[in-house]
Design a binder for this molecule. Structure first.
Ligand code: EPU
Length: 420
């Protein structure tokens, strides 16, 4: 298993380019199953979750070519409408194939996701929506089977709570359903909008993406993409690097990002005293004063503060003067990084869904274990500012969602290397 060895204390200087978004590319790949034509995607990040999704597509019957800059995938026929346990257990986003498979072939069999490092993460809302679209759902032997031999039909569906992949799953299913579907209390994340734009380019009729109400007029078939669809920049990766610049007291440009997508983070970082300036349309420059102030956050759905940046922001707050309260409202168990940060000298008290962080604490290098993707990113950030050497174990978690993070950070001055 690979580890990162990080020697902290060097301010980062230079520029880091943001990749295409993992959480946009995952549903875009699932959308490939909706048509027998070729779908072309540009700026698909080369991270492990994307590889896992490609493997799943190939098992289902797609031919995927990701040898060049543009990924091409075609699914002439659904050979096996199934997402097996081996894949679902490593990547919960596998459930994104549920909607496309039922819509295209009238049948899907997807392993039930189990528990997860950050919370229970059920998919009951995906299933509720598919049932309303006319599918019959059966759960047995650890699998969920959804069938709709006569095809799906449009419906008005209201989500009890906002779900990102649930919204994406049902938008995809509804594109091929008969008649109109209305999704209420839908997720407004930029990744949902990106998926809708891809589907529209494939012939889907969708209105309201990016708002809480999405209207989908079903069509008989979808076609391939007329030109490669460019995946939007990864806002979580961009946010992680902004925090890297601030936590090390550096001067960093984060390029190829969409500043509006990280607005809630920018506002909090500015209140904390970091300087963040926009240069042109897609570059953010971050510089930090000697002292940061503690500023509270509460995670929320977009456009609120992203839960996927909570762990990284918590690492930043260990370097801010005063006490900050970090409240996690999306997942029930997303503070695994706190225990490891405490081992590095952070002063954090946990109380249910809240973490109280007292700074400024001089962190010191230690052996720590990455527990999930974003928790690992927060450990890397803490290690960049810690005194001495930190060894982070199980960095396969970080490889799920960050492309070449150690190379990118090393290129701007970090002392970080990967060892086997
Ligand atoms: N929920 C339910 N029932 C459902 C679906 C969700 O109760 O059927 C609950 C979840 O348990 C959670 C909340 O609703 O408490 C929100 O979950 P959501 O469905 O929005 O999460 P997701 O779609 O599974 C995506 C991202 C996550 C990100 C969340 C929240 C992808 C592939 N994953 O997950 O990304 O944290 O939205 O923004 O898009 C990551 O990249 O590290 C990551 C975990």
């Amino acid at each position: 298993m690979d580890k990162f060895v990080i020697e902290g204390g060097t301010p980062l200087h230079g520029s880091i380019e943001t990749n295409g978004s993992k959480n946009s590319a995952l549903p875009a790949l699932a959308a490939v199953l909706l048509t027998e034509d070729t779908v072309e995607l540009a700026r698909v990040p080369r991270v492990r979750d994307i590889k896992t999704m490609q493997r799943l597509l190939v098992d289902i019957g797609s031919i995927v070519d990701d040898s060049g800059d543009v990924l091409r995938a075609q699914t002439k026929e659904i050979v096996s409408p199934e997402a097996p346990y081996e894949l679902v257990k490593t990547m919960r986003a596998s459930s994104l194939v549920l909607g496309p498979l039922v819509a295209r072939s009238g049948r899907a069999r997807v392993s039930m996701p189990g528990g997860c490092a950050i919370g229970a993460r059920p998919i009951d809302l995906h299933l509720m929506g598919l049932e309303q679209l006319g599918a019959t759902i059966k759960q047995e032997y650890g699998y969920i089977e959804a069938v709709a031999p006569e095809g799906l039909r449009g419906a008005r569906i209201r989500f009890d709570r906002i779900t990102v992949t649930g919204t994406e799953d049902l938008v995809m299913a509804a594109t091929l359903a008969k008649g109109e579907t209305v999704l209420e209390n839908a997720a407004r994340e930029p990744e949902v909008t990106d998926l809708c734009n891809l589907l529209i380019s494939m012939g889907a009729k969708i209105e309201g993406a990016g708002t809480s109400t999405i209207h989908i007029q079903g069509v008989d078939r979808l076609h391939g993409t007329p030109a490669p669809h460019e995946i939007i920049p990864d806002r979580i990766e961009a946010g992680t690097y902004l925090i890297a610049g601030a936590i090390t007291g550096g001067d960093l440009r984060v390029t190829h990002c969409v500043p509006q997508h990280v607005q809630s983070l920018i506002e909090k970082m500015q209140q904390a005293g970091a300087r963040i300036e926009q240069e042109g349309n897609s570059t953010l420059r971050v510089t930090a004063p000697d002292k940061l102030r503690s500023i509270d956050i509460t995670t929320e759905e977009f456009p609120g503060f992203a839960t996927d940046l909570q762990a990284q922001y918590l690492a930043l707050m260990t370097q801010a003067e005063g006490i900050s309260i970090i409240t996690e409202t999306i997942f029930e168990n997303r503070f695994m990084h706190a225990q490891e940060l405490i081992r590095m000298g952070a002063n954090i008290r946990l109380n249910g869904r809240q973490a109280m962080v007292a700074g400024t604490m001089q962190l010191t290098g230690a052996g720590v274990i990455a527990s999930d993707l974003r928790a690992s990113a927060s450990l890397v950030l803490a290690a960049l500012v810690a005194k001495g050497e930190t060894v982070i174990d199980r960095v396969y978690h970080i490889d799920r969602g960050y492309e070449r993070i150690e190379e990118k950070l090393a290129a701007v001055g970090a002392h970080i290397r990967r060892v086997e």
